[in-house]
Write a new protein. Structure first.
Length: 370
């Protein structure tokens, strides 16, 4: 919240009242005078209350407009009038107003802002992980007569209370059900008391407790292919090196897409550590519609600090920038009558995006100097 005291001095008001009296003189009918011929001083006396009220409104309005212009387009609430007082001795009138706007912030420490930013390098280990996934996907399933062990793929019938699951495919890992069937063979049946975790991966069994009956229908082991040129050819590549290059390129593209968001989020979190502010109430209320209060408070702080930086650094966008964005989103289908409203709603959003881009550039420049 920002509180301002506006003062309208007697000299300012007297001058404005005279201007208004002269303005209305030509249209005012005063007994004893032809229309437009009454003396200005007489009009000032006869309509003193109305002229003073209008004069004060115009002067105070202009002073308030200067303040509002300083914060546009980031006025979250207000202005609200708290108090109006007139100094009977001096004739000055003071007006107290409050509005919810971004906070005043000090100098930004870009070294702190760049702390622990995520990196975007794709390593050989990342490529190997992707190869392992492809190997798993392309594994051959071979029937076996031995006992079930980790890594096998089995078909089972399951009965527990009102749950009946037939021909259920289960990949054996370390979960509750996998531990239950390990050591069994195809054709065997087993029943026992069991308790499943509330967040168990099979929704029908999650949180259940009691006797379970499981019959193993089929057991297959996964035979993983060798990662070599032949495997790469089966996947549509000339050789393994070409396949690795393509996997790396795809990973780098994915990292690039996700990295920008991670960097933005980390910079915003670092800003929250650097500037301890109270979240604007009106922002918290509007954001709370779609998120928890704590998340809304955090997001409101982020927005307020971003807006404060935008004002401090005089970051602006043009109507052309807004229209270009509108055309991207609406594919050129814009109601001309609503264009002004669209622009005003989109302006703060685009300024915030530009402010984040500004911060990212500053952080990278800072890193480059070190």
């Amino acid at each position: 919240m920002a509180e301002y005291t506006l003062e309208v001095k007697k000299e300012e008001l007297d001058k404005k009242i005279k201007e208004l009296a002269e303005k209305y003189r030509k249209d005012v009918m005063v007994p004893g005078f032809r229309k437009g011929k009454a003396p200005v001083e007489l009009i000032k006396v006869r309509f003193s209350r109305e002229l003073e009220a209008e004069g004060f409104q115009e002067i105070a309005g202009a002073k308030l407009e200067e303040i509002l212009e300083k914060y546009r387009p980031f006025i979250y609430a207000g202005p609200d009038v708290l108090d109006v007082k007139k100094d009977e001795e001096k004739g000055n009138i003071t007006l107290k107003v409050v509005l919810e706007v971004p906070p005043e912030i000090g100098k930004i420490d870009y070294k702190k802002l760049s702390r622990e930013l995520p990196g975007g390098e794709v390593t050989e280990k990342d490529v190997e992980k992707e190869l392992a996934k492809l190997r798993e996907i392309n594994a051959e399933l071979k029937p076996v007569k031995r006992k079930i062990k980790k890594g096998d793929s089995v078909l089972v019938d399951i009965e527990m209370d009102d749950v009946k699951m037939t021909n259920y495919s289960l990949d054996i890992g370390n979960d509750t059900l996998s531990r239950f069937v390990k050591g069994m063979k195809a054709g065997e049946e087993k029943k026992e008391d069991i308790e499943f975790p509330v967040k168990f991966s099979i929704p029908e069994l999650a949180g259940k407790k009691g006797e379970i009956r499981v019959r193993v229908l089929d057991v297959k082991e996964k035979v993983l292919p060798e990662i070599d040129d032949e495997f790469a050819k089966n996947m549509g590549f000339e050789n393994l090196d070409e396949m690795k290059k393509e996997i790396r390129a795809q990973l780098e593209e994915d990292v690039k897409e996700n990295l920008e968001k991670k960097i933005r989020d980390k910079i915003l979190d670092n800003l929250l550590e650097q500037f301890d502010i109270e979240p604007p109430d009106s922002l918290v209320r509007s954001l709370s519609v779609n998120m928890t209060k704590s998340d809304a408070e955090k997001e409101a702080k982020r927005i307020a600090i971003l807006d404060a930086i935008a004002l401090k650094e005089k970051i602006e966008i043009t109507d052309e920038d807004i229209d270009r964005k509108l055309n991207e989103v609406a594919e050129g289908k814009i109601d001309e009558e609503k264009l002004s409203g669209y622009r005003e709603n989109l302006r703060p959003v685009l300024i915030r995006e530009k402010t984040i881009e500004f911060l990212i550039k500053k952080v990278r420049d800072e890193d480059g100097d070190n």
